[in-house]
Design a protein around this ligand. Structure first.
Ligand code: PSU
Ligand code: MN
Length: 316
């Protein structure tokens, strides 16, 4: 009698030839997400940073696997034409696919970009253990309290349930950072700062909040990642590395722009999945593009660190 088979996300995956070859040979691979390309940054900085991130992963001697959705398939590894198509498509024609919107994005056809949660799902299904983004989503300010919106990014739940190491420059500075860190702790996700005591502040090098765990360098971080994934707990782990100092926004300047952008979003009635892209675009206006320079520099640096981490893990 035929065994009933449980359907699974792997049926939707299309691996590029080089990603397939690298995984087959046990070589290090780094997943990269695509929402920061389609919704997080304007053209042409978006395609430039996507290419620079792939190059940074290759320089570290790992294989990049940018993830996006096209016509019902989850592509793991995009060619140059696909990356350009995704980066130049008008934002309202590209869906933002997270765990709760993955099925609808697959059914809709056309392009969809994957957020941290959807990219982790794809990476884990493909057998990729390391993933780089810019800044993870988290608990939005005002998510809890008197007039709570309950807006908590699906990134956090995904970290709690999918065993992938995610490299970021801290949760995005538009969020409630203390609550985001509490949430991660409650859900069993280790947060490790690399090379400094504080959690990085996304646009700025420090958030002023000490990290639960500190690794002096990437090799030390790799040992914690290997131990965590080796426990088989099912959860991911968050590695935080700061934005390169030359591109960082001074904390006071970042704070002022964020507060103004949050107030403007409130007056404009922006909420749900549109909120994060709207805030990032508004902060870019308010800082005359300085936030875009910080954001692109940190994304490329995270890809570089993720490449080094994947190589260290493969050698462990
Ligand atoms: N990092 C960036 N820019 C971005 C993102 C990360 O520098 O735009 C994206 C990621 O895809 C992340 C998403 O999963 O923002 C969070 O969106 P939300 O807050 O709606 O969950
Ligand atoms: Mn949200």
């Amino acid at each position: 009698m035929e065994q009933p088979t449980k359907p699974d996300v792997r049926e939707r995956l299309v691996l590029s030839a080089d990603v397939r070859a690298a995984l087959g040979a046990g070589q290090p691979v780094v997943a990269l997400e695509s929402t920061l390309v389609s919704h997080g940054l304007p053209y042409p900085q978006n395609v430039a940073v996507a290419r620079a991130s792939e190059a940074a992963v290759r320089n570290a001697r790992a294989t990049p696997a940018t993830v996006a959705i096209h016509d019902g398939r989850i592509l793991v590894g995009l060619d140059a034409a696909a990356l350009e198509a995704l980066a130049t498509a008008p934002p309202d024609t590209v869906r933002k696919a997270a765990r709760p919107s993955l099925a609808a994005a697959l059914v809709a056809g056309g392009w969809a970009a994957t957020t941290v949660s959807a990219t982790m799902i794809a990476a884990s299904a493909a057998g990729i253990r390391v993933f780089a983004t810019g800044g993870i989503g988290g608990v939005h300010r005002g998510a809890f309290g008197a007039t709570s919106t309950l807006d908590v990014s699906s990134d956090l739940e995904e970290l709690a349930r999918t065993p992938v190491a995610v490299v970021c420059a801290g949760p995005k500075a538009i969020l409630d950072l203390p609550l985001t860190l509490e949430y991660l702790e409650t859900r069993g996700v280790p947060v490790v700062a690399i090379g400094q005591d504080d959690v990085p502040g996304f646009y700025s090098t420090s958030s002023g909040i000490p990290a639960a765990h500190v690794a002096d360098d990437v090799a030390a971080a790799a040992r914690i990642v290997a131990a965590h994934l080796g426990l088989g707990l099912g959860s991911g782990i968050l590695l935080c590395t700061p934005v390169p100092a030359a591109a960082a926004l001074p904390s006071a300047e970042a704070r002022a722009a964020i507060e103004r952008a949050l107030a403007d979003a409130e007056s404009a009635g922006i909420h749900g999945p549109a909120l994060t892209p709207w805030l990032l675009a508004r902060i870019a206006e308010l800082t005359d593009g300085a936030s875009i320079r910080a954001n692109t520099a940190l994304i490329e640096n995270n890809a570089r660190v993720a490449g080094l981490l994947a190589v260290a893990l493969a050698g462990a």
